[in-house]
Ligand binder design. Sequence first.
Ligand SMILES: Cc1cc2nc3c(=O)[nH]c(=O)nc-3n(C[C@H](O)[C@H](O)[C@H](O)COP(=O)(O)OP(=O)(O)OC[C@H]3O[C@@H](n4cnc5c(N)ncnc54)[C@H](O)[C@@H]3O)c2cc1C
Length: 443
Amino acid sequence: MTDTVPDFTILGAGLAGPLMALYLAQEGYRVDVYEKRPDPRTNGVAQGKSINLALSKRALFALEEVGLVDEVMQQAIPMRGRMLHSQTGKLSFQTYGINDQEVLNSISRSLLNITLLKAAEKVNGIRFFFDQQVEKINLQEKSCQLADSNSKQQELVQFQTLVGADGAFSVLRYHMQKLDRFNYEQYFIDHGYKELVIPAQANGEFALDKNALHIWPRGDFMLIALPNLDSSFTCTLFAPFQGKNSFSSLTQAQEVEDYFKTLFPDVLPLAPTLISDFFNNPTGSLVSIKCYPWSYQDQAILIGDACHATVPFYGQGINAGFEDCTLLTQFIKKHSDDLELAFQEYQLSRKVDTDTLAEISFSNYIEMRDSVRSPLFLARRLIENLFHKLFPQRFYPLHSIVSFTRTPYSQAVQHVRNQYSIIGLALSIALLVGFVKVLKTLH
Ligand SMILES: Cc1cc2nc3c(=O)[nH]c(=O)nc-3n(C[C@H](O)[C@H](O)[C@H](O)COP(=O)(O)OP(=O)(O)OC[C@H]3O[C@@H](n4cnc5c(N)ncnc54)[C@H](O)[C@@H]3O)c2cc1C
């Protein structure tokens, strides 16, 4: 298939793969990319993951570095905050940031994928091979066994350095798992997801406010909706697999109708195909993956979901995957004559951040589906936003620092802890001073 061995061989032309190819080509490397699925430009959207994604600062920065941010942003819809839908249909809006830049951007996964592929294919030195499933990897002999998805014909290709951008069930990681002292853990949460749709209205307009991420928080489960360019919304129901209000309790059309009538009464009139969609669309599972090390000598490196898949509740999965590409390129530039060192420094500095992202992604599920409804949470958000407005360079709520800055995730959490300690101390001192004053007036 390839006559010369490229500098880098990337597994996976999902999202992180083509971006990494663009970064590497900018540095003058030759890159081949193997993808098991057909070319989405000719064969439509790959099934299995979410239909749209929320992009924020980290992803936009990476796209800017490869010259694609403007094109991508033309395909995105800004979401200025969360629109909460109560069970009685009451709406309340919570802004994400303090200005027009501090927004999340809803974008179609397939459009983003296609934009990256088109841009990468124009670049000299990058080649894509679709319908090529990487089946086996021999790290010692530096070879990959490919199978053509159509003809089933097998082929062996040599590599110099492999980049595993092949997602949560990475074949490269699977082979690295057999190496000495490779740590690996995966965890499926008890909740799954199902995608549904609120189409454009008859007049072509959005059925809901298009500049919001809509949430129907219901305690143990929730529905969310993100806007699309065709004026539809992709809704995602996150719910337990088993038990009360679970996917397993919804097996008949009437049960689904009653469920939505009772729990999401404002959605049903807007989603005419909801019940058939519910039964036709798959119920996806949600996995969190951690592993280490991410590299093997100068021969292999993992990026994106392949080394740190996380539950999607912070909307940071691909933001972090794209940030991997930015940081890995920096280390490759720094140690261009010693890739093993580049990979070691990269993984050593990055792992703590993706572990932190995994933690905050789990806790954000509880925030989105439950805490957002509490008056205490609302009061805290108001105070946080006020402080952020008053001291925009110094005070950041966690969601803002994660979504609107490139502060490493672990430092973001530490920064927020410190600022709460300071606020706590200031409040304690103020209370103490007040208490002393009251005591004085009594004497
Ligand atoms: C419901 C849901 C909502 C999400 N929402 C957001 C969001 O709002 N914001 C956000 O940032 N992230 C979000 N994410 C996470 C995001 O989808 C992932 O982090 C992102 O897709 C990871 O990109 P990747 O390129 O690492 O892997 P993938 O997108 O999984 O791409 C991997 C590619 O490798 C290919 N491949 C796999 N195995 C092989 C093989 N053996 N040979 C050849 N090719 C192979 C696959 O076909 C695929 O094309 C969400 C995820 C889910 C499930």
